[in-house]
Design a protein around this ligand. Structure first.
Ligand SMILES: C[S@@+](CC[C@H](N)C(=O)[O-])C[C@H]1O[C@@H](n2cnc3c(N)ncnc32)[C@H](O)[C@@H]1O
Length: 247
């Protein structure tokens, strides 16, 4: 559980998540894309591109985009490689927006969506060549179970790639980023989306999430091998990679 890696105060806030996470994303769904691009100054698109470039995807690959949200990663995957994507998420409101975007872009033959949670993936073992998650694992109710389920549905030798917020490594950025995260972002998020909880939960969940080497260790404990990470934008975001053992 993610709760195993955090202090008592943070645990109290996160323990309330579960269904709250789904309700929260259902509520902010209409604002999600705008706030995502606005609050990240549009860099979120660059982070997704960077993460998937390393995967060397082929048109015949079938990819599971877990916690697909409004589908930006699924769309980027198809545009970059021509692969097929299944998007899955606990929030149907987020996926309704994703479906609309995919239809507007004429990509429905390449991308399909299915409601579901990472902790119980309704697919047989060994189905996917690649599983990706962008800004989603931080929200899982049970991190270990989610990682193990994603491993199960990967083919032997298949890859997992995870993009997640992290604490900056570059010292001058730390204070500015912390102020932005805990003061500017909750205020801006509340003004635009009208949701008090969502953008207060965001910085707390980022702070609580296991970072870099610790997260790689968790991936290894869950059965992944050849694990490594890349940091972007001074460490604000980290991409994690791992493989399912062949045997
Ligand atoms: C911050 S959004 C990220 C959406 C998208 N991947 C992106 O890059 O914009 C996180 C998403 O994770 C979903 N989510 C949270 N917990 C989940 C779980 N246990 N299984 C599947 N999806 C989950 C939420 O509903 C939400 O749509």
């Amino acid at each position: 559980m993610i709760f195993d890696y955090v202090d008592d105060n943070t645990r109290e806030i996160l323990e309330k998540k579960g269904s709250r996470v789904r309700n929260m994303f259902d509520r902010i769904a209409p604002w999600y894309d705008f706030l995502n691009h606005f609050l990240s100054l549009g860099i979120d698109r660059y982070w997704r591109e960077k993460m998937i470039r390393r995967l060397k995807l082929q048109p015949e690959h079938h990819v599971l985009d877990m916690a697909t949200g409004t589908g930006d990663l699924a769309i980027t995957l198809v545009r970059n490689s021509g692969c097929s994507v299944t998007g899955m998420d606990v929030s149907e409101k987020m996926m309704t927006i994703a479906e609309r975007k995919v239809r507007e872009k004429g990509l429905q033959h390449k991308i399909s969506f299915l409601p579901g949670a990472a902790e119980h993936i309704p697919f047989e073992s060994g189905k996917f060549d690649v599983v990706v998650v962008a800004f989603g694992v931080r929200n899982f109710t049970n991190l270990d179970q989610g990682l193990k389920e994603m491993l199960r549905v990967l083919k032997p030798g298949g890859q997992l790639a995870i993009l997640e917020f992290s604490k900056p490594v570059w010292q001058p950025l730390k204070a500015v980023y912390s102020f932005y995260l805990f003061h500017v972002l909750p205020l801006a998020g509340r003004i635009f989306s009208g949701d008090k909880y969502a953008y207060t939960y965001l910085p707390v969940s980022i702070k609580a999430f296991p970072q870099r080497e610790v997260f790689l260790q968790i991936m290894q404990n869950c059965g992944y091998e050849v694990t490594w990470y890349n940091t972007y934008t001074g460490g604000i975001v980290t991409a994690y990679y791992g493989k399912k053992p062949v045997k």
